[in-house]
Design a protein around this ligand. Structure first.
Ligand code: XUL
Ligand code: MN
Length: 344
């Protein structure tokens, strides 16, 4: 049985600023975060390109690689691996209209430059996964971009990564909206379809985030299952989300425990992790929280995952099959809920 490995990004411990208010906690240095991640049982770090190499736009390619090499030494010294690198194609003034699908040729070239630098950084960090959260690849004003042309531009962007380095795999992280109004790649189904348009579909797969599936009005466990059936679930971002609101990144299970149970079940039952995939967390602590408890949401998410693993292991499959045979799904619902509640 796979013992799951956990990963988290440095942005998951943050100062608490949001669209309506400023930071409420002091910053914690990258090294302190790494040290604490190791202490609480994390195995690997998720990186944006500029988490690894801040101010990278001001550096040349050799300097970027050298800085990434230093980060590799640092994480090695704490016994942590790097899971992936994701180009941050939404923060820069060059990407206000999107990256690969921007209407500006110069800005599209910038996006490709950042994607290639992410590959360089990934190689220095010893990982072969590039995650694309296509944050602004969509529209605010729908007539501003043609969806057919935009899809072609997305494919060109992905192809350029595949060509730049034949050892890299691309994991697309779909999200239906926020910060844009309408995304060109909102769900795992779109990811699978997009993968098949690229020059090497065997190197393009998906990373499914719980909250993003909920924002699309879809069920996270089913999204994961569909990707698993295609052998294309190469990453997950477990967290939670209260319905179709802003992206909340709540602790895993905090909102929908039964849904969390079903996510753990599908991952465990279908060999997720057997090829080195991580249980990635993308969780943010509440803005109310004090600095001293800046990591509790990560520890709680891992603890809930492990508790739900036990619930999956003790879920009585013979009983389930009996209810299925009788097509008594009310009884199956009751059994599932009472099992989660610990009723004997
Ligand atoms: C945004 C989000 C990102 C990606 C990585 O909603 O989930 O943090 O996971 O770029
Ligand atoms: Mn995410």
């Amino acid at each position: 049985m796979t013992k799951f490995k956990f990963s988290v990004g440095p942005w998951n411990v943050h100062e608490g600023e949001d669209a309506f208010g400023p930071a409420v906690r002091e910053s914690i240095s990258f090294e302190d975060k790494v040290k604490k991640f190791k202490e609480i049982g994390i195995d690997a770090i998720q990186f944006h390109d500029d988490d690894a190499v801040p101010e990278m736009n001001d550096l040349n390619e050799a300097q970027i690689k050298a800085r990434a090499g230093e980060v590799k030494k640092l994480i090695d010294s704490y016994g942590l691996a790097a899971e992936f690198v994701a180009p941050r194609l939404w923060m820069d003034p060059h990407t206000s209209d999107g990256g690969f699908t921007s209407n500006s040729k110069e800005d599209r070239e910038f996006a490709i430059w950042r994607a290639h630098r992410s590959v360089d950084i990934a190689k220095e960090l010893g990982c072969n996964r590039i995650v694309l959260w296509l944050a602004r690849e969509g529209t605010l004003s729908q007539e501003s971009k043609d969806p057919v042309e935009a899809t072609k531009l997305l494919v060109d962007g992905i192809n350029s990564i595949l060509k730049y380095d034949p050892s890299m795999r691309v994991l697309i992280e779909p999200k239906p909206n926020e910060p844009i109004d309408r995304s060109f790649c909102p769900t795992i189904g779109h990811v699978l379809a997009l993968a098949h348009l690229t020059s090497d579909p065997s190197r393009v797969g998906g990373l499914l985030e719980t909250a993003h599936a909920v924002l699309a009005g879809l069920d996270p466990a089913i999204e994961m299952g569909v990707a698993l059936a295609h052998k294309k679930l190469w990453g997950v971002h477990l967290n939670d989300q209260n319905s179709i609101r802003y992206d909340q990144d709540k602790s895993f299970g905090a909102e929908n425990l039964r849904s969390a149970f079903n996510q753990v079940m599908v991952l465990k039952r279908h060999g997720y992790g057997n090829n080195g995939e991580y249980i990635g967390l993308d969780v943010k602590t509440m803005r109310t929280q004090k600095l001293e408890v800046s990591y509790a949401h990560i520890e709680n998410s891992m603890a809930i995952f492990k508790l739900l693993e036990k619930k999956v292991d003790t879920f009585d499959l013979a009983k389930r099959d009996e209810f299925i045979a009788k097509r008594d799904y009310e009884a199956l619902d009751y059994y599932t809920l009472s099992h989660l509640l610990g009723v004997k």
